[in-house]
Design a protein around this ligand. Sequence first.
Ligand code: DGY
Length: 320
Amino acid sequence: MKPKVFITRKINQEIVAKMEEFCEVSMWEEEEVPVPRDILMEKIKDVDGLFCLLTETIDEELLETAPHLKVVSNMAVGYNNIDIDAAKKLGITVTNTPGVLTETTADLTFALLMATSRRIVEASSYLKEGKWKTWSPMQLTGQDIHGATLGIIGMGRIGSAVAKRALGFDMNVIYHNRKRVSKLEEELDVKYVEMDHLLKNSDFVCVMVPYTKETDKLISKREFDLMKDTAILINTARGGIVDEQALYAALISNKIWGAGLDVFENEPVSVDHPLLSLDNVVAIPHIGSASIKTRLKMAEVAADNLIKSLKNEEPECVVV
Ligand code: DGY
């Protein structure tokens, strides 16, 4: 008998077909609507493997209703949607998809940094709304990227890929990380600094840490108070790392200059969220890894991880 698998969103048919060679697959057939919790609760009772996205909350209650579940394969590098301790306790393997999305996410992070500092979205609306009457000396002026100091909080895979891009723009890169990464310091010419030093000295503060209990609201009022009034915050990691109320307060009081946000505390962010009313916020809908090639690779890696776990082989990317 083939092991049973549930996929929580419609994914590429070729990848499903590959899984079907080894598993009996059922799939939530929607692309834009997440599987409702009650349906997931029902489905999970019966399956050996779950292929899920960051939109699903895989908590203890859910895992405990799954007597046959051997593996949860998350199609994301982040796994804050999964209760890792509960999975460990219940002997369920959790896998993720690091590596394949690093460069694409770094590209987007840099694009967001550039769009925010040079007011690209605002300038485009200005033109399309017929506001462009003349060229004028200080019209839509932003902050320079070349020669600026970029402070990266979290020098993991994506953080280092962002640093590489910054060096091509003649930026001065400083970073803070739980551990110093001496090899990278030499390779990339980046400098380790204490967190407060980074906040005080960066023109761009780029958040690149995973979301955990320790990083919850890591950037809050105290941190904004330390930042330059010309500083720009970029977050393509997880919304909960930044205290959104404190960010709003910092932006409207000109305590900092702008923010580029790909992620929000609650996603999808409500259109009447105060941050979205500000011209100095560039907001995009969690598209860091959203290139066609990368999203397909992520689905492929997630499928491989799932199949290998069900075959009792070692999957490539194990969290626990
Ligand atoms: C991840 O993988 O964790 C990203 O947030 C989505 O690609």
